[in-house]
Design a protein around this ligand. Structure first.
Ligand SMILES: NC(=O)c1ccc[n+]([C@@H]2O[C@H](COP(=O)([O-])OP(=O)(O)OC[C@H]3O[C@@H](n4cnc5c(N)ncnc54)[C@H](O)[C@@H]3O)[C@@H](O)[C@H]2O)c1
Length: 290
């Protein structure tokens, strides 16, 4: 566990907006030097400039973390500017809401590549370096409460976040088993007020909205509206991030900032142990809060 971030070197993916930007600035405010990674190079550069105003080093790189070769670029840049990495935040994430029968395969691939594959790729490059440093280091994989519970919607997003959680749990256990000094945490928030509903803005060219009628249908527009509502009415970002930094200073693997889900998490464990059926929201009186 790291409690003093002064002089440490942090890399934050998806660091140009929302939660990633808050992580980047939060570590910088606490004295760390930060490399901001984002698919939008100009926006990442703007955050790096804000970071430098805080009196620490701020660098940026434009990269698409869903591609292995781009993650190699991020690793090379880290080696060039910092020569090491003490804190890695795998935060970049996207969502697509289509259901089982209508979602285009390309959207499933996009969501999985950003939300899950990027964690594999980044860890593949950064873990060996962080292990070789043989000093305390911290990996934070930004998942979601959607990685711990499910709802009757957004199968792609929920299943990708479950995969990201499982990946992080296995990593944690493997590192602990070999006595590694690298700590792992997952951040699994409920809705947070960011601009995540504008997720289509972050599509790489190969997954850009095309002339498939799916994207131009009323149902798609409706999904975006719902997404806008639930995101913009989420918990205030600064309040959530205060909790995150508080919890990072404790022995805490699951960084859970939305206590209202505790009931469903407990109920889910019981339902699973009782071998009955997946917990339904109506079973645990949290329906109104989801
Ligand atoms: N906002 C919420 O309610 C919420 C809830 C739970 C989990 N999360 C998770 O938190 C993380 C951040 O979400 P946010 O709300 O800040 O979203 P956001 O859309 O505001 O920010 C995401 C950032 O990631 C970047 N990004 C997207 N694809 C990328 C790629 N391929 N390569 C590099 N950068 C890329 C975007 O450019 C953007 O800067 C995501 O993993 C998301 O799933 C968000």
């Amino acid at each position: 566990m790291i409690t003093d971030y002064k002089g440490l070197k942090a890399v934050v993916t998806g660091g140009a907006n929302g939660i990633g930007k808050a992580f980047a600035l939060g570590f910088a405010e606490r004295g760390a030097d930060v490399l901001v990674v984002d698919i939008h190079p100009d926006e990442a550069a703007a955050v790096a400039a804000e970071i430098r105003k805080l009196g620490v080093q701020g660098y940026s790189i434009g990269a698409d973390v869903s591609l292995k070769e781009e993650c190699k670029k991020i690793y090379d840049k880290t080696v060039e500017v910092f020569g090491r990495c003490d804190i890695l935040v795998n935060n970049a994430g996207v969502s697509a809401s289509g259901d089982f029968t209508n979602i285009p395969e390309r959207d499933i691939r996009w969501v999985y590549e950003v939300n899950v594959f990027s964690h594999w790729f980044m860890l593949g490059y950064f873990l060996p370096m962080m292990e070789a440093q043989n000093e305390h280091a911290q990996i934070i994989n930004v998942c979601s409460i959607a990685g711990l519970i499910t709802s009757p919607a957004s199968p792609t997003y929920f299943s990708s976040k479950h995969a990201a959680v499982a990946l992080s749990e296995v990593l944690y256990k493997e590192l602990k088993a070999k006595g590694s000094k690298i700590d792992v945490s997952i951040f699994a928030p409920g809705f947070v007020a960011t601009e995540m509903h504008l997720t289509d803005r972050h599509r790489p060219p190969r997954y850009a909205i095309n002339d498939d009628p799916y994207y131009h249908d009323e149902a798609y527009a409706k999904q975006l509206e719902i997404s806008k509502y639930v995101t913009t009415t989420g918990e205030p970002l600064d309040k959530v991030m205060d909790k995150v930094f508080e919890m990072l200073g404790t022995e805490c693997f699951y960084i859970l900032t939305h206590d209202k889900y505790d009931g469903i998490l407990r109920a889910q464990g019981e339902f699973q142990a009782n071998k009955t059926r997946p917990v339904e929201l109506s079973d645990v009186s949290v329906k109104a809060t989801l």
